[in-house]
Write a protein that binds this ligand. Structure first.
Ligand code: OXT
Ligand code: ADP
Ligand code: MG
Length: 578
């Protein structure tokens, strides 16, 4: 700790007291709790704080826009189970970071947005302070908890509360408001050190009730066509071995949600990822592990789920999640590691595998779908279509299974999700619960920083645009990130025409743009590729060299479809169906 030593004269003989201040106490509190990385953008009132944190050994990564720093912090939380820290300046910087905080909360990722703010006395009287805003009030409805610290002696408690709120129970985003004056507040160093709190057991195990385990196993035993759905909560839980043992011992087909791909390998004999429609429709008992029955699972009802009656078992740390959309006949509330351990123990030595007519039917459908797709992945067409380009990337990930795949776009997202098999847990990071564009470069930076693994970011040209300026950040920190832009000249397709005037259609971009040249502007490697062969060479070179690289992959502008796989959600399609 870098305390300030000052000589203080008083009426009594001169005494030397060691002093500290808000700056140092925040740094010490972060370090005490193992929070060693900050993602942010400097400025008043936090510029010096960033410098001092860096000098004190915290890694401080400066971004070009707070939203990207916030997305980086959110995914750092997902990858590490520690709250990712984002640091912003007041009002506009705070608001830029807030989208990411809300995103973290929605996705159940632990994150703390720490923002400098203006002076309370002026803000509360609305007297027009520099970057004035009542940030605490604005943040509150968008996160799991929000706290403000006014006194240096409360910094330790403030951070401890923020950490606990972010990681305990259902993880989420927390806001910590630090008014400018706090940073310079001085206090006795010894008292300051004592005021810090090392958070013990921040996310305590939450054991499931034994009855809930018995009930779940009874329902599972009675199933003729059981299915396990693994969600990103299961990936987050880092109970990889237990989950794998449970799935394998049960013999039940499993369907991974997008960010749960790789928890068990996609090529595992029980994986039903390529038989999605069949397993949703035909299963009779569905066990959800860390997945919500939200829009991504059609709310557990309707056409996608077929007519056969279904029973749901759900494992989740959040009791309120149960019965959110349909009846859950066997709720299991607890942390996934403890729940799965208890299920394994309750299964005993002998567990009857599901009927082979069911597992056989699932495997048959999966193999048919895989075989149907295979020839499309081998094409070397110019211009490239999605399948040709993704076929190459699929092989690259197979050969480099520890690489982290970041993925956003519409067609670029939906097709990559199906085509690129994942082999290891937490290696696929994407748009998540909100289907949000803009996570790309922030996620790529944090994935590289937090894991040291190479990152392959597969981006639609529109998706990339939301965070594209961060390629400078990637070059500045020399991160092993290879960005591949699927450049089809627009959103979904590059062929839309405005029939009513000279302005371009709303979904198209400048034709034949050369995104690779953006990378060159910052000293990175830029490559333009037009064929799958060229793409393969360029990506392999980037992954071997670990040099920041951006590949502009020219995709046939007619190849995509409106909104990718979720065109049915457009109001116009709903009208047509009526
Ligand atoms: O079983 P069936 O027969 O059904 O087949 C399924 C699987 O079994 C099978 N499958 C396989 N077959 C063979 N082999 C293998 N290995 C295999 N694996 C699977 O394939 C099918 C499909 O499987 P899938 O994908 O699992 O199933 P399905 O039915 O699609 O699943 C349903 C969903 C809902 C779970 C799934 O579709 C899903 O996860 N979807 C997520 C969709 C999403 O989030 N999209 C992003 C948002 S779209 C839109 O909003 C966009 N915007 C607006 C915007 C946003 N989002 N954000 C902000 C801040 N501002 C604006 C914008 C601007 S997208 C967008 C930009 C788009 O343009 P780009 O240029 O970036 O991208 P391009 O489109 O490329 O141009
Ligand atoms: P997906 O989008 O992959 O379907 P969701 O984000 O909808 O996944 O669901 C994740 C769920 O996992 C949330 O309901 C969350 O409460 C739960 N969850 C997160 N971490 C844990 C954990 N450690 N133990 C139990 N449940 C968890
Ligand atoms: Mg596009």
């Amino acid at each position: 700790m870098s305390a300030v030593v000052q000589s203080i004269s008083s009426a009594a003989p001169e005494v030397e007291r060691e002093l500290t201040d808000g700056f140092n106490l925040i740094i010490d509190a972060l370090k005490l709790n193992g929070l060693d990385t900050i993602y942010g953008v400097p400025g008043i009132p936090i510029t010096d704080f960033g410098r001092m944190a860096q000098a004190a050994g915290i890694r401080v990564l400066s971004f070009r826009h707070e939203q990207n720093a916030g997305y980086a912090a959110s995914i750092a939380g997902f990858l590490t189970k520690k709250p990712g820290i984002c640091l912003t300046v007041s009002a506009p910087g705070f608001l830029n970071g807030l989208t990411a905080l809300a995103h973290a909360t929605t996705n159940c990722f632990p994150m703390i947005l720490i923002s400098g703010s203006s002076e309370r006395e002026i803000v509360d009287l609305q007297q027009g302070d520099y970057e004035e805003m009542d940030q605490l009030a604005v943040a509150k409805p968008l996160c799991k908890a929000a706290f403000r610290v006014l006194h240096a002696q409360d910094i330790g408690i403030g951070l401890a509360r923020a950490i606990r709120a972010a990681v305990s129970g259902r993880p989420g985003g927390v806001y910590l408001d630090l008014p400018a004056k706090l940073f310079g507040q001085v206090m006795d160093a010894e008292a300051g050190a004592k005021s810090l709190v090392e958070v013990i057991d921040a996310a305590p195990a939450q054991l499931p009730a034994p009855d809930s385990i018995r009930r779940a196993l009874d329902v599972l035993k009675g199933a003729k066509r059981p299915l396990i759905i693994l969600g990103k909560g299961a990936a987050y839980a880092q109970a990889d071995d237990a989950i794998r043992q449970f799935v394998e011992k049960s013999g039940i087909p499993f369907l991974p949600m997008s960010m749960a791909k790789g928890l068990l390998p996609d090529l595992h004999p029980q994986c039903a990822g390529a038989a999605r429609s069949t397993v949703l429709k035909d299963s009779d008992v569905v066990m959800l592990i860390g997945a919500r029955l939200n829009w991504l699972l059609s709310h557990g009802k309707g056409k996608s789920w077929g007519d056969a009656p279904k029973k749901f078992i759900q494992i989740d740390i959040e009791p309120k999640e149960m019965d959110s959309n349909v009846e859950i006949v066997a709720p299991v509330v607890g942390d996934i590691g403890s729940c799965v351990d208890a299920l394994l123990a309750g299964m005993g030595a002998a567990w009857a595998a599901p009927p082979t007519d069911w597992t056989g039917a699932v495997a048959k459908k999966r193999d048919e779908n895989v075989a149907k797709m295979a020839p499309r992945l081998m094409n070397n067409n110019v211009p490239m279509d999605y399948h040709g380009a993704l076929g190459v990337l699929r092989t690259i990930i197979k050969e480099r299974p520890d690489a982290i795949l970041v993925n956003e776009g519409a067609n670029t997202l939906d097709l990559a999700r199906g085509i690129i098999d994942m082999y290891q847990p937490r290696k696929r990071l994407d748009v998540g619960t909100w289907g949000v564009m803009g996570i790309g470069m922030g996620y790529a930076v944090a994935a590289a920083v937090e894991t040291g693994n190479p990152v392959l970011a597969v981006e639609g040209d529109s998706a990339f645009g939301f965070s594209g300026m961060e390629v400078e950040t990637i070059c500045r920190y020399q991160l092993p990130v290879c960005v591949v832009i699927f450049n089809n000249n627009g959103i979904y397709r590059g062929t839309d025409v405005n029939s009513a005037g000279d302005d371009p259609a709303t979904t198209v971009f400048v034709e034949n743009a050369r995104y690779d040249r953006m990378m060159e502007a910052f000293g990175g490697v830029g490559v333009n590729v037009v064929s799958p062969d060229e793409l393969k060479r360029a990506v392999n070179a980037a992954m071997d060299s670990r040099k920041p690289t951006l590949i502009n992959a020219v995709i046939d502008p007619t190849a995509g479809s409106e909104s990718g796989r979720i065109g049915n959600l457009n109001p116009q399609s709903a009208l047509k169906k009526k």
